[in-house]
Design a binder for this molecule. Structure first.
Ligand code: NAD
Length: 303
């Protein structure tokens, strides 16, 4: 068996995910990679050597690959890559194997469904598409412990799970195409709000005279406990200058996607407008550091 896999988008998430894939796949399998940033693919190739082929286009990746993972920044990038592919599709695989496209980017449900349809309609591609956005960040990507939220037709899920398990610890089937992203957007909406809530609560407690570690420990065994208080507490991130982690720009993007989705389906998000204002201001003032830097922005404006 000489299987081929493709990975498109070797950024902060994609590169460590592809590294896990390459390390865990059988040696005789080939991983084709492509990124518009040539430095990213060159660096990856130098690290892994044979067994990795740098392609000159997305078409070349897909021409050779049975399973293709995309990890791109925004909806327009995903739509653009698949528009190129469906406009001039590579021929079906000689083996007759159906191609599996796994998109792990965080994008909106409607773009993802449109891409999924375009793949099904493009007979020459002979492919099927699933949405599999991730939670766990750069640390989880490097450790191979990501959580994948999977949306796709039931018949393809076992094949998708097999490959995703090489990059993640949990694969959560959510239902039909688009539901992986629906779960991701709902989760990240909650994260956007709870991150601001933790920052405000940590500042409030300290202004009332509490030691910051005492307050953190109280919250983390009490009803306010959440990921932002426990794993990503701003008082810990402050010591690291809010470097790395989940950037303000990505949080702002995900919040925008959730708001857009809410408008389309009629859900009411009362906190969204204020949260969008906060992240837009923090991005402008602090740049794209870890999104828990909201804490510093609050602190700097205190009286
Ligand atoms: P990134 O910007 O670091 O990486 C994206 C990569 O895609 C870059 O290397 C870029 O050159 C490449 N790219 C852009 N357009 C391309 C094209 N047309 N063809 C090929 N390559 C192209 O972003 P990231 O942090 O890796 O995030 C990727 C996705 O994962 C985003 O949708 C993000 O919201 C989501 N995500 C990120 C995190 C995180 O902590 N960074 C966590 C969960 C989910």
């Amino acid at each position: 068996r000489d299987a081929t896999y493709g990975f498109i988008g070797l950024g902060k998430m994609g590169a460590p995910m592809a590294a896990n894939l390459r390390t865990k796949l059988p040696k005789e399998d080939t991983l084709y990679i492509f990124d518009v940033n040539k430095a990213a693919t060159t660096e990856f190739q130098q690290k892994f050597g044979s067994g990795v082929q740098v392609a000159s286009s997305v078409g070349e990746v897909v021409e050779h690959s049975e399973t293709i993972i995309t990890m791109l920044p925004e909806p327009a990038h995903v739509a653009g890559v698949f528009k190129t592919l469906t406009a001039s599709p590579p021929p079906p695989l000689k083996s007759g194997t159906q191609r599996l496209f796994i998109d792990s980017s965080t994008i909106d449900v409607s773009t993802s469904l449109a891409v999924s349809r375009s793949v099904s309609e493009c007979k020459s591609l002979n492919g099927t598409f699933v949405d599999a956005p991730v939670s766990g960040g750069v640390v989880g990507a490097a450790a191979g412990t990501l959580t994948f939220m999977l949306g796709g037709h039931e018949s393809i899920l076992p094949r998708a799970k097999e490959i995703l398990s090489l990059m993640g610890a949990r694969i959560l089937p959510c239902g039909a195409p688009g539901t992986g992203l629906a779960a991701k957007l709902a989760n990240n909406y909650l994260l956007a709000i709870s991150n601001i809530g933790v920052a405000e609560a940590m500042r409030l407690g300290q202004k009332l005279g509490l030691e910051k570690d005492v307050l953190k420990n109280v919250i983390n065994v009490s009803s306010g406990k959440c990921w932002s208080s426990e794993i990503n507490n701003p008082i810990d991130n402050e010591l690291k200058g809010f470097e790395g982690g989940f950037g303000v720009a990505l949080m702002k993007k995900d919040l925008g996607l959730a708001v857009q989705a809410a408008q389309a389906c009629g859900a009411k998000l009362e906190m969204a407008e204020k949260a969008q204002e906060v992240y837009a201001t923090v991005l402008q003032k602090e740049g794209s550091k870890d999104f828990s830097i909201v804490y510093k922005w609050l602190k700097d404006r205190e009286t």
